[in-house]
Write a protein that binds this ligand. Structure first.
Ligand SMILES: [Zn+2]
Length: 131
């Protein structure tokens, strides 16, 4: 497989890129008020608490919007590819920006997480959830 640029594993975000090793998607959640937030941040965007921690989520969501890219602006990326905004099932307006693995995409389509492993990084992507 061609070389793909991988995210650097920073202390605050590593959990997001490595959770796929256990087959789950983890999103940061405030333990005070229960608000999820992504990308991770040292304090809760809703109540300001610093009691935020990764929590496993269902990995399900729906496609909020997308773009179809026909030029590989990252080396090793196969084209065309779909880059989408996924609204996670756990909370309204909780968005993850990532690749959508589907031949046909439409706004609102149900999605489920799928991981692509590269060394110690598991890239969370989404594919159509079949009923
Ligand atoms: Zn909070």
């Amino acid at each position: 497989m061609a070389e793909r640029k991988l995210p650097r594993l920073e202390p605050e975000t590593a959990f997001y890129w490595t959770a796929g090793a256990e087959g789950v998607l983890r999103i940061q959640r405030c333990t005070e008020c229960g608000t999820y937030q992504h990308p991770p941040f040292p304090r809760c965007s809703s109540c300001g608490s610093e009691a935020v921690a990764p929590e496993a989520v269902s990995g399900k969501g729906r496609l909020a919007s997308y773009t179809v890219n026909r030029e590989a602006w990252v080396s090793g990326l196969a084209v065309p590819f779909v880059f989408g905004v996924v609204e996670l099932a756990e909370q309204a307006q909780l968005y993850v920006f990532t690749n959508i693995l589907a031949d046909e995409v439409r706004v609102g389509m149900p999605l489920t997480v799928s991981f692509e492993q590269h060394d110690d990084v598991w890239l969370p992507m989404f594919r159509e959830e079949k009923a």
